[in-house]
Design a protein around this ligand. Structure first.
Ligand code: PXL
Length: 286
């Protein structure tokens, strides 16, 4: 059966993140993607935009009426995937929509997009972290980076760490209530980076070469590719690796263009995604 995903995150009109990457990426995977925009911003809030400023219009007031219409129309989703949300009230609302609009057995996939480099994004404080903890506690999959995992678990943020440190973050997230944990940007050996996947008590690390630059929005690109691949029926560890390979492909296409500092050229690698998913599914049939 074809799957329907609901993506709940902001629309940053310019900047290649959140809804403007989730919709094309999940669609390219061959999965229907509905959206619920949490806010409309002129740009994302990172990098130079942190200094030059941005506009933000919170759309929360629309949420209850949209939810009511969806309930009346019997509209249900096979997964609700959340990213950057504007306020703690929106986090509460997301919990409500997960209870009213998820099909039986539907997945709750939470990317707690709120921090990077050990720092919270400008819009957020401890109250947001506390609210995000409660959303992650009921999630089937959480996809934090190391910074977000530290904020969620009250752990010290480290730039250099061992596998033991990452395992500890996974155990603490599990103790919080997260069923399955995927931590992005996990670098366990010099020159390499990757993702840690902690599922059913088993820790795995998918590793690839570290690229020379990091970019804004790659967490959203990663999560969207993971959601698309998972909803096509791929095993979560395979989906995690495929999403990492796709994100690397996006970064490789952007390195060298200093004008393109605000995001990655995900469009140029988009066709790789369904090809990779279909090849794995074909191979699984053999
Ligand atoms: O997850 C990245 C992101 C999404 N949306 C907004 C952001 C950011 C990162 O800074 O500011 C509005």
């Amino acid at each position: 059966m074809d799957k329907k995903v609901l993506s709940i995150q902001d629309i940053s009109c310019f900047g290649q993140c959140s809804t403007t990457v989730a919709l094309p990426i999940i669609s390219a995977c061959g999965v229907e993607c509905a959206i619920l925009p949490s806010a409309v911003l002129s740009t994302h809030t990172a990098g130079k935009f942190r200094e030059t400023g941005f506009t933000c219009c919170d759309l929360s007031s629309e949420f209850p009426a949209i939810e009511k219409k969806w309930i009346e129309g019997g509209i249900k989703f096979d997964a609700v995937y959340t990213g950057y949300l504007g306020t703690t009230e929106q986090i509460d609302f997301v919990k409500s929509i997960m209870s009213t609009c998820l099909a039986d057995g539907g997945l709750k996939i939470v990317d707690p997009a709120m921090a990077d480099g050990g720092q919270l994004y400008p819009a957020f404080g401890q109250d947001y972290v506390d609210a995000m903890k409660t959303l992650c506690a009921c999630a089937d999959y959480v996809l934090p980076n190391i910074s977000e995992a530290c904020f969620l678990t009250g752990s010290e943020y480290k730039e250099e760490y061992t596998e033991g440190y990452v395992r500890e973050l996974c155990y603490k997230l599990e103790a919080l209530g997260c069923k399955n944990v995927i931590i992005t940007g996990v670098s366990l050996s010099k020159g390499n980076t990757g993702v840690a996947v902690y599922e059913n008590g088993t820790f795995k690390h998918y590793e690839h070469k570290q690229l020379s630059q990091s970019y804004h929005g790659t967490g959203d690109i990663y999560s969207s590719a993971f959601v698309g691949a998972l909803m096509r029926g791929l095993d979560s560890y395979v989906a995690a690796g495929l999403a990492a390979a796709y994100t690397c492909g996006c970064i490789e296409r952007t390195i060298g263009d200093s004008d393109h500092w605000y995001g990655v050229k995900f469009e140029q690698a988009l066709a790789d995604l369904p090809n990779a998913i279909n090849a794995i599914l074909e191979n699984n049939k053999k």
